[in-house]
Structures are given as structure tokens and as C-alpha cells.
Design a protein. Structure first.
Lengths: 294, 198
């Protein structure tokens, strides 16, 4: 029997992206630069998160013609973002044939209470999380890949570090929690009990976990990999920098050789200016996008 | 007999799954990040991942020459999906760097995009029988468009070659490392053991 859209096929593509860099692009030309640099996939957007932040207003799914032009330009997988809870935007992206949908806090949420029922789709979803409970809720809804949220469009890695450390610490704690306490942990976390038990037994998330939100340098990428990320998303960090092609390639090499300080030193040299970056306290808690979704 | 050591190219992609499968079959699996580590191995696996990425990373750090000379000396190599693409001598489209080991022509993303990715029961000659087919997972999978007479096609799907062997080189368009079924990895390990036994 031939089956499409099975969980194994959805999580499988994420497994194939491991150890790689997924880059935000807004034009076919940028997509080609990303592919040439060795990106494992691109995220097709109308604006990178730094520009979304600057522009304000409501940020929505990109125009299908932008996404299609990018799909035409490259042979690597193309992802695209929908607003949290906006299942019609997701239906449209599935019809376009994108390879992965990011139900993303970077866009303005369409539903304050409910995320998309991702089991209804053949196309796989990646979702953001700032802690284990949020990650397991999204997996419970059918997400086939998780990314820690960080704080998109800031060029500041501190939130990405916080979220990765939080999730890993919560996982470690679960592995030494007695079985009879797992139900109450599940209740406190607001996470499905069976997934809590799975994590307690296996010591990892049941799907691939990438790092996102604030990665701007090869050292940032390697930092997230050493902290246990399966791969990295780089949003504004590449095309808001002085020399995107060189920086993109350096971040790819740093993600592969994240444990090799000599290679990291070599690839970090002479990349020109990184994106400017923002101090988190200047943004103000009410403007942080990591708290969108629940 | 001493456990053979199987290297898994660990530049990008589904490395862990292959290592687990190798250990399960009773061999020793090591991730290979640098060409000198190839010399610790009696067999090599090139995993699934993004072939354009793996190809560029391999070229940057001098893998192709090293692997080609080891293959000439008879080292068994198994490539899955992106690994199959890397091992082909020719691609239907594109000019990405490949290793060019096997006399086959391959079409990338031949079965379509991710929404067309699928799993299916597959008959693999020399490995499975009618009663117990192989559950094959195809993800943005390539197919083998043309094979030289020296290549044996082991499996087909929809009339397209998706698994083949030439001497000690084995390729599959699907991902046996994503299933619990270790028959294909055991088949490869027998190729390695035969080579070790000389």
C-alpha cells in the first residue's frame, strides 16, 4: 500500500535536514545564494523578521507568486510561514506544494487560542517553542519538527540560548523523574501525557529540534549546535549583513564543524559587518514575539 | 571475527539513524567528519540529507579523492537517497559536485516535492520475499534513470529503479535507516565482511 503524508515521511524530511542551515530568503536571487552556500532549505518570505519588526502592522503569509518564484529558483526544499492558527493560509501553501510550513510567531497570530490542527495536512509543519511543554503541545497537534523560538529579527542570540537550555534542562529532569510523577508533570506542563512519558524514557524530543531567532554569526550557529540543536534557522542574520554570500557559507561550515574551534576561527575571518542587532531589554517585554502562541 | 567498522559520513543529514542501525547489526559505527577517519573504516555509508549541501561540504574538505581511491581498493560503500545521488556518475540535471562512483544516471527529486513523499511495500531482490516486503520510505526521492549492464537493479517502484548494486557499491533511493527493518543494512554488512575475509 502506498501512503503519503505519514508521520514517518513528515518527520523523515526533518531528519534529512539535520546538521544543516535553513535560511530566510525574500527573492529567487537570495534563494540561489543560499543554495550555493550550502543551505539545506530556504524559508520563502516577503520580508525578513528584522524588516517585519521595523515595519510593524499585520504580517501575513507571503504572496504565492513570491513563494513560487523561489520554488522555481532552487532544488532544495522550500519552506514558508503561516500565521499561528491560520489554517487557510496553510491550505494555500499546501496547494502550492511547499515542502514544510512554519506556523510562526514571526507573523501576526490569527488565533489567540488555537494553533492549527496539523494532522489534517499532508505537508509537514515546524513550530516554535520556548519550553518543553510548548514543544510537546505542538507535537501533539501534529508538528513534525520543532524550533526553539529565540527572538527573531534581533541578531541577538541570548533568547535562543535561553530556550535551548530550558528545553534541554526540562528533558534532563524528566529522565530522572519517577514514572508515577509523570502525570502531574504533564498536568503542570500542559503537555500530552504519552509524549511526556516518551521524552522521559528516551531523553530527547520525539522530533528534530532546530534553533532559531537571533543567530547572526558562525560562532552563534556553533554555540547552538554545541548546546544540542539539531540544526539552525538563520533569518535576518544573513541578508541583513554586509556580505551575505560569504556569511551564509561560513555559517554552513560552522554548523557542520561546530566542535572544531580551528575551523570556526578560520570561517569567522573577514566576513564584514554582521547585522546590527538589538538588546532585548530595549525592545520591551510587550513587544517580544516569542510570547505569541502558547 | 572482529567487528567491522563502518563509517557514516557525518557532514549533514540522517547520521544517527545509520549509526544505530549499524550497531544493531553487530558492527561498529563511527561518524566521519574528516577524510583521514576514512582509513579507520572497512565500509562506508553516505546518508540521506541535502545532496547539494553534502556535496559542497565533501569537496571543501577533500573527501572525493580520498573516497575514490578507497573504492578503487575495494571498499564497500552504501548510499541512501542523497548518498545515491553522490555516488552516481551522472545526474540528469544540475552541476552539483558528486563523487561519480557508480555507472548510473540519477534524476533528483524525481518522485516530486515533499507533498508527494510516500512509503510503500517494496520487493527487494536478494533481500526480501513476497511474504515480507520492505517498507520503504521515499522522501523527495531520486530515481535511477539509467544503469550500465554491470549494475544489478535490486528494486523498482512504478517501473523506476530505486535500488541497485555494482560490485561493492550499493545504493537506495529510499531510507532503510528510518524503518526498524535492518535487512538492507545486514546485506551491506555481508558485502563488507566478504571484502574483509578477502
Amino acid at each position: 500500500m502506498v501512503e503519503k503524508g505519514t508521520l514517518r515521511v513528515k518527520t523523515g524530511l526533518a531528519e534529512m535536514l539535520k546538521g544543516g542551515v535553513i535560511m530566510d530568503v525574500t527573492t529567487p536571487e537570495q534563494a540561489k545564494i543560499a543554495e550555493e552556500a550550502g543551505a539545506v532549505a530556504v524559508m520563502a518570505l516577503e520580508r525578513v523578521p528584522a524588516d517585519i519588526r521595523a515595519a510593524g502592522g499585520v504580517a501575513r503569509m507571503a504572496d504565492p507568486s513570491v513563494i513560487e518564484a523561489i520554488m522555481e529558483a532552487v532544488t532544495i526544499p522550500v519552506m514558508a510561514k503561516v500565521r499561528i492558527g491560520h489554517f487557510v493560509e496553510a491550505q494555500i501553501l499546501e496547494a502550492l506544494g511547499v515542502d514544510y510550513i512554519d506556523e510562526s510567531e514571526v507573523l501576526t497570530p490569527a488565533d489567540e487560542k488555537h494553533h492549527i490542527d496539523k494532522w489534517q495536512f499532508n505537508v509537514p509543519f515546524v513550530c516554535g517553542a520556548i519550553n518543553l511543554g510548548e514543544a510537546l503541545r505542538r507535537i501533539g497537534e501534529g508538528a513534525a519538527m520543532i524550533r526553539t523560538k529565540g527572538e527573531a529579527g534581533t541578531g541577538n542570540v541570548v533568547e535562543a540560548v535561553r530556550h535551548m537550555r530550558t528545553i534541554n534542562e526540562e528533558i534532563r529532569r524528566l529522565t530522572v523523574t519517577p514514572k508515577e510523577e509523570l502525570m502531574s508533570v504533564a498536568k503542570e506542563m500542559g503537555a500530552p501525557y504519552d509524549l511526556v512519558c516518551w521524552v522521559a524514557e528516551n531523553g530527547r524530543l520525539p522530533v528534530v529540534n532546530f534553533s532559531a531567532g537571533g543567530i547572526a554569526t558562525p560562532a552563534d550557529a556553533a554555540l547552538m549546535m554545541q548546546l544540542g540543536a539539531d540544526g539552525v534557522f538563520v533569518g535576518s542574520g544573513i541578508f541583513k549583513s554586509e556580505d551575505p554570500a560569504a556569511r551564509a557559507r561560513a555559517i554552513v561550515l560552522a554548523t557542520t564543524h561546530f566542535n572544531d574551534a580551528k575551523i570556526l576561527a578560520e570561517v569567522s575571518r573577514g566576513l564584514g559587518k554582521a547585522m546590527a542587532g538589538k538588546e532585548i531589554s530595549e525592545i520591551g517585554r510587550e513587544n517580544l514575539i516569542q510570547f505569541r502562541g502558547w | 571475527m572482529k567487528k567491522p567498522t563502518i563509517g557514516v559520513i557525518a557532514l549533514q543529514g540522517a547520521v544517527r539513524e545509520h549509526l544505530q542501525m549499524i550497531e544493531r547489526c553487530g558492527a561498529r559505527g563511527i561518524p566521519v567528519k574528516y577524510p583521514p577517519e576514512l582509513h579507520l573504516c572497512q565500509g562506508l555509508i553516505i546518508p540521506g540529507g541535502e545532496s547539494t549541501t553534502i556535496g559542497k561540504l565533501m569537496t571543501t574538505y577533500g573527501f572525493p579523492e580520498e573516497i575514490r581511491s578507497l573504492v578503487e581498493a575495494g571498499m564497500p560503500v552504501f548510499g541512501t537517497c542523497a548518498g545515491l545521488i553522490m555516488m552516481a556518475k551522472r545526474l540528469v540535471e544540475g552541476d552539483q559536485p558528486i563523487l561519480g562512483l557508480m555507472d548510473i544516471t540519477v534524476r533528483r527529486n524525481a518522485f516530486g516535492r515533499q507533498v508527494d513523499s510516500f512509503e510503500a511495500d517494496l520487493l527487494v531482490r536478494e533481500i526480501t520475499d513476497e511474504e515480507k516486503p520492505f517498507r520503504a520510505v521515499f522522501i523527495r526521492a531520486p530515481w535511477i534513470e539509467w544503469v550500465d549492464p554491470r549494475v544489478r537493479v535490486l528494486a523498482e517502484f512504478d517501473g523506476r529503479a530505486v535500488m541497485a548494486v555494482q560490485g561493492r557499491l550499493l545504493v537506495s533511493a529510499f531510507h532503510p535507516e528510518l524503518t526498524g527493518d535492518d535487512r538492507i543494512h545486514r546485506f551491506f554488512l555481508r558485502m563488507v565482511e566478504e571484502k574483509v575475509a578477502g
